[in-house]
Design a protein around this ligand. Structure first.
Ligand code: SF4
Ligand code: SF4
Length: 340
C-alpha cells in the first residue's frame, strides 16, 4: 500500500481519537518516544531514539498498586493500564527487543500482567532505516534495517510517500477506512532501491562466542576489559532489552503505593545484600555480568542473545566503551582458565 506523508499525518490524527499514540518526538538534541496529541508532533526523520520505546510498555517508573491499612484489613487498588496504544515509527531492532522482553515477562515462572496487558493492547508500526547509524549492527544479530519481525506494519520511506507493508491482521485493521492504493511498480522499485542502499558498516563476529563465555568466568580478561567503565549505567539504562527493576513502597501513615523503577546491573547497589556483603563488589564483576547476561545467560535461559544491535550503549557511553570492541577482544583472547 502507499500513503503520502500529508495523508499519514491525517491518519495519525484519526488514530489519536481512539488510541494512545506514541511516536518519536524531538527534545533538545535527541529523540524519544512520547504520547502525541497531534499527528504533526511525530518526527519520523530520526536515526534512533535516545531511550528505547520499551518504556511505553515497561515504564521507567510505575505504580503497581496502592494500599490502605484499615482496622479490618488492607484495601488494595491495582493500577493496571488497559488503554489501547500504538507505537508509530519504531525501528526494527526495537520491535525485536519486544520479542525478547516477552520471554522474560511471560515465562514459565513469571507472568507479568503490567507488561503483558500493555503489550497485548499495543500495535507496532515500524519504520525501516534508510540510513543506519555507524553504531548499528543489527544484521549481526539476525535483524536488519527493514526486518519485519514483531511488527504489525512496516513503513518504507521513499521520499514524499511511505510504502506500507502489512504484516499482521492487527496492522490491516488499523488501515481499514483509509482506502489506500496498492503500491504501484514505481513505488515498489523506489522501496527496493532504498532497501538496497541501507547497508550497515559494522559486522560483529558472534560465532563461537557463547562457548567461549561458557568457560571464561574467572579469566583474567575481565580485569582489563572493564577498566574504562565508570559504572554510570547509561548503557544498560538505554538498552532496549535490559529489563531489571527494583520495587519500593512509598508510604505515609496507613497508606502507600508499591512502585517499580528501572534498575541496572552496572550500579554498585544493585546486588548489595542487607548484610553489607556485595557479590559483585567492583566494576569488574558488574561489567562481566552485563556481557555474560546478554551473550551467555540469556542464551542459556531463552535460547536468544539479549542484544539487538541498536548501538545505544555505544552512543550513550561517556567513555566510548564499545560493546563491539569488547566482544572482538573476547573473541581474540586465548581461553586461559575457567577456574577461580
Ligand atoms: S547491548 Fe547495546 S547494542 Fe545491544 S541492544 Fe543493548 S544497547 Fe543495543
Ligand atoms: S555507559 Fe560506559 S561507562 Fe557507563 S556503565 Fe556503561 S560501559 Fe560503563
Amino acid at each position: 500500500m502507499l500513503v503520502n506523508k500529508g495523508q499519514f499525518t491525517d491518519w495519525l490524527n484519526q488514530l489519536i481519537q481512539v488510541y494512545q499514540v506514541y511516536a518519536p518526538v524531538k527534545e533538545d538534541d535527541y529523540f524519544c518516544f512520547k504520547k502525541i496529541n497531534s499527528g504533526d508532533q511525530a518526527t519520523l526523520n530520526y536515526t534512533n531514539s535516545k531511550v528505547p520505546p520499551k518504556e511505553v510498555l515497561f515504564p521507567r517508573s510505575e505504580k503497581l498498586f496502592c494500599y490502605r491499612c484499615e482496622n479490618d484489613g488492607v484495601q488494595l487498588t491495582e493500577q493496571i493500564d488497559e488503554s489501547k496504544k500504538i507505537i508509530v515509527g519504531l525501528r526494527p531492532c526495537d520491535a525485536k527487543s519486544f520479542l525478547l522482553l516477552d520471554g522474560v515477562f511471560n515465562s514459565d515462572k513469571y507472568h507479568d500482567p503490567y507488561y503483558l496487558i500493555r503489550r497485548n493492547n499495543t500495535v507496532l508500526v515500524g519504520l525501516g532505516c534508510n540510513q543506519p547509524a555507524a553504531t548499528c549492527f543489527c544484521t549481526s544479530l539476525g535483524g536488519g534495517p527493514f526486518a519485519t519481525e514483531g511488527l504489525d506494519l512496516l513503513l518504507v520511506d521513499i521520499g514524499d510517500r511511505y510504502v506500507v507493508e502489512v504484516l499482521t491482521d492487527r496492522g490491516r485493521e488499523l488501515l481499514s477506512g483509509m482506502e489506500l492504493p496498492a503500491a504501484n511498480q514505481e513505488a515498489q522499485e523506489a522501496a527496493r532501491i532504498v532497501k538496497e542502499g541501507a547497508a550497515l558498516s559494522t559486522q560483529v563476529n558472534l560465532e563461537g562466542l557463547k562457548s567461549k563465555l561458557d568457560v571464561i568466568f574467572y579469566d583474567p580478561i575481565w580485569d582489563l576489559i572493564h577498566e574504562k567503565c565508570l559504572g554510570c549505567a547509561a548503557c544498560t539504562y538505554t538498552c532496549p532489552t535490559c529489563h531489571c527493576f527494583d520495587i519500593v513502597d512509598e508510604a505515609e501513615g496507613n497508606e502507600g503505593c508499591r512502585i517499580r523503577n528501572w534498575d541496572a546491573c552496572m550500579f554498585p547497589l544493585f546486588t548489595l545484600h542487607g548484610s553489607g556483603h556485595n557479590p559483585r563488589p567492583t566494576g569488574k564483576e558488574r561489567f562481566r555480568q552485563r556481557v555474560m547476561h546478554k551473550f551467555k545467560y540469556f542464551v542459556d535461559n531463552f535460547n536468544a542473545i539479549a542484544c539487538v544491535g541498536c548501538g545505544r550503549c555505544i552512543i550513550n557511553c561517556p567513555v566510548n566503551l564499545d560493546i563491539r570492541e569488547v566482544l572482538a577482544e573476547i573473541q581474540g583472547s586465548e581461553v586461559r582458565s575457567d577456574k577461580q
